[in-house]
Design a protein around this ligand. Structure first.
Ligand SMILES: [Fe+2]
Length: 156
C-alpha cells in the first residue's frame, strides 16, 4: 500500500490552511498505519475515523468560510469534493464489523482523495488567495508564536 509521505510540495504558503492539511494527512496516515496492523481492533479503527470526521468538520468549515469571505469562484466544486470525502468516511464507519479490515480499496481511496485534493483543489484555492493578496484578511491572521509553531510542525 503506498504511503502518503508529507513533504514541502504539499505546503500552500498559508499557515492557517497548511496546519490543517498536515493534521488531516497525519490522521489519514494513522488510519492507514492502524489498518495494516494485524492486532488492531475494529472499534479502534472506527474511533480514528470519528476523530478524522471531527477534524474535517472543523477544517472544511474553515476553508469554506474563507472561500465565502474571499468570494472564491470555484467554491461550489470545492465543497462537493469535501462532501465526497465525508461520504467516504461515513461509508467506512457504516460497514459491518467483519468488513472493516477488508476495506482496502475504500481505505486507499481516502488516501488518494487527500493527496489529490491538497495538490489540486486546495493548491488552486491557495493560489487564488495569494494572487489576490487576500492573506492579509483578518481570517488568515494568527499570532506570531502560533505561526512559528506551525512552521516547525510543517517541516517535521
Ligand atoms: Fe479543501
Amino acid at each position: 500500500m503506498p504511503e502518503f509521505q508529507w513533504d514541502m510540495t504539499y505546503v500552500l504558503g498559508i499557515e492557517e490552511l497548511d496546519v490543517q492539511n498536515k493534521l488531516l494527512r497525519d490522521l489519514v496516515k494513522k488510519y492507514f498505519d492502524d489498518f495494516k496492523r494485524s492486532d488492531i481492533t475494529v472499534p479502534s479503527l472506527k474511533s480514528t475515523l470519528r476523530v478524522l470526521l471531527a477534524h474535517v468538520g472543523f477544517q472544511f468549515d474553515f476553508e469554506e468560510l474563507c472561500m465565502k469571505q474571499t468570494q472564491y469562484v470555484n467554491s461550489e466544486e470545492h465543497k462537493k469534493e469535501h462532501e465526497h470525502f465525508r461520504t467516504m468516511v461515513y461509508e467506512l464507519l457504516g460497514l459491518p464489523e467483519e468488513r472493516v479490515k477488508q476495506a482496502l480499496d475504500q481505505t486507499m481511496r481516502l488516501n488518494n482523495w487527500v493527496q489529490y485534493h491538497m495538490l489540486k483543489s486546495d493548491a488552486r484555492f491557495a493560489q487564488y488567495i495569494l494572487s489576490s493578496n487576500r492573506q492579509s484578511d483578518r481570517i488568515f491572521q494568527c499570532d506570531s508564536t502560533v505561526r512559528q509553531l506551525i512552521q516547525k510542525y510543517l517541516r517535521e
